[in-house]
Design a protein around this ligand. Structure first.
Ligand SMILES: [Fe+2]
Ligand SMILES: [Fe+2]
Length: 299
C-alpha cells in the first residue's frame, strides 16, 4: 500500500516589535541610533504596537487550533534591540518554540539596532535554544546560514541580512558574501536539493510591486541573492521588514516571495499559513479580527 503523504503546516509571522515603555529606559542608554529610535517611539510609532502582547497571545491560540507543524519568524522582535526587550520578546513567543526544532528565526535590523560590539550576541543569547543548525558545516559567521531539515521533504535555510546601522536614517541590510556562497553550496547538497526549500531572511528582495526597495531601507545585494535562489527547483523565499503582508511571483525563479508583514502593527496585522504537500505550496493570508480579538483567514 502506498504511503499517504502528510501535509506540513507552517505559520510564518514577523515584525512583532515588542517595546518596553520609554520611561523604563535608563537615560545613559539614550545615545546614537537608539536615541533617534526612542524619539521616534515617543513621537508615536510605538502606539501602533500597543496591543502586541495581546496579539501574540492570540497568535499562540491560533497556532494551537490550527495544528501547525513549524513556526517561522523573520525578525524585528523588538523596537530598539535592548536586552530587556529581547528577553520580553523571547518570553512572549516561547510557547511557539515547543519543540525548539520546529521554530526557525533570524534577527531583524531592530534586534541588533546599534553596534555595541555585542549586538548579534544579545540576539543569539536570548534565542540560542532555537538556533540549532542541522548542517553546521555550512556556517559562515555566527549561526548563518542556519539549515533545518523538516521531516523528509522540507528544508529551511535561514540567511542573516540584518546589520547594525550606525547612521540614524539608514535601515538597509545586506547578506554577507560568505553566506551567499554557502547558500549556493547548500542548494547543491544532496541532503537538501530534492526537498521543498524555504529560504528566509529579514529583508525583502522585492517590494509588493516587484521593484527593489530603496537604497537606504532595502536589501543592498537583493539581485545577487535572487540570482543564487535560481538553483531552487521548488520552494519559496520568506521575509519581513516591510509591514505589509504580500505575495509576489518572481520572474525567472521557481520560488515565489512571501512577505509576512507585521503580525502586530495596528491596522496592518497579518501573517501567512503555508501547506506543503508533495512539493506543492498553498499559502493563505491571516488577518486580525479586532472585534473578536483573534486572528482569522477572513478580513
Ligand atoms: Fe519591522
Ligand atoms: Fe526591519
Amino acid at each position: 500500500m502506498s504511503k499517504i503523504k502528510k501535509v506540513t503546516r507552517i505559520l510564518h509571522f514577523s515584525d512583532t516589535h515588542v517595546d518596553l515603555q520609554i520611561r523604563h529606559m535608563a537615560w545613559k542608554r539614550w545615545f546614537s541610533k537608539r536615541a533617534i529610535g526612542a524619539i521616534n517611539l515617543l513621537r508615536g510609532r510605538s502606539k501602533y504596537f500597543d496591543d502586541t502582547e495581546k496579539k501574540i497571545a492570540a497568535l499562540i491560540q491560533f497556532k494551537e487550533a490550527q495544528k501547525i507543524d513549524l513556526v517561522i519568524h523573520t525578525g524585528d522582535y523588538t523596537a530598539l534591540g535592548l536586552e530587556s526587550e529581547l528577553k520580553l520578546a523571547k518570553e512572549l513567543v516561547s510557547p511557539l518554540m515547543n519543540p525548539p526544532q520546529r521554530y526557525v528565526t533570524v534577527p531583524g535590523n531592530h534586534d541588533i539596532y546599534v553596534h555595541e560590539g555585542n549586538s548579534h550576541y544579545r540576539f543569539s543569547e536570548q534565542f540560542c535554544s532555537v538556533l540549532q543548525n542541522d548542517l553546521p558545516e555550512y556556517c559562515r559567521g555566527g549561526h548563518w546560514p542556519l539549515i533545518r531539515l523538516v521531516g523528509d521533504d522540507i528544508a529551511v535555510i535561514a540567511v542573516n541580512s540584518s546589520k547594525p546601522n550606525p547612521i540614524p536614517w539608514h535601515s538597509n541590510g545586506m547578506i554577507p558574501q560568505e553566506q551567499l556562497d554557502a547558500l549556493e553550496e547548500v542548494l547543491q547538497d544532496p541532503r537538501v536539493k530534492e526537498r521543498y526549500i524555504f529560504i528566509m531572511t529579514h529583508y525583502a528582495p522585492r517590494l509588493a510591486n516587484g521593484k527593489p526597495d530603496t537604497k537606504l531601507h532595502g536589501l543592498i545585494n537583493a539581485d545577487d541573492f535572487l540570482k543564487r535562489c535560481k538553483a531552487v527547483k521548488s520552494g519559496a523565499i520568506l521575509c519581513g521588514h516591510i509591514h505589509k503582508t504580500y505575495h509576489l511571483d518572481l520572474e525567472g525563479l521557481a520560488c515565489d516571495l512571501y512577505c509576512a508583514g507585521s503580525a502586530t502593527m495596528d491596522r496592518h496585522e497579518g501573517f501567512w499559513v503555508y501547506e506543503v504537500k508533495e512539493k506543492q505550496l498553498q499559502a493563505s493570508p491571516v488577518f486580525w479580527d479586532g472585534k473578536e480579538g483573534c486572528y482569522s483567514y477572513h478580513k
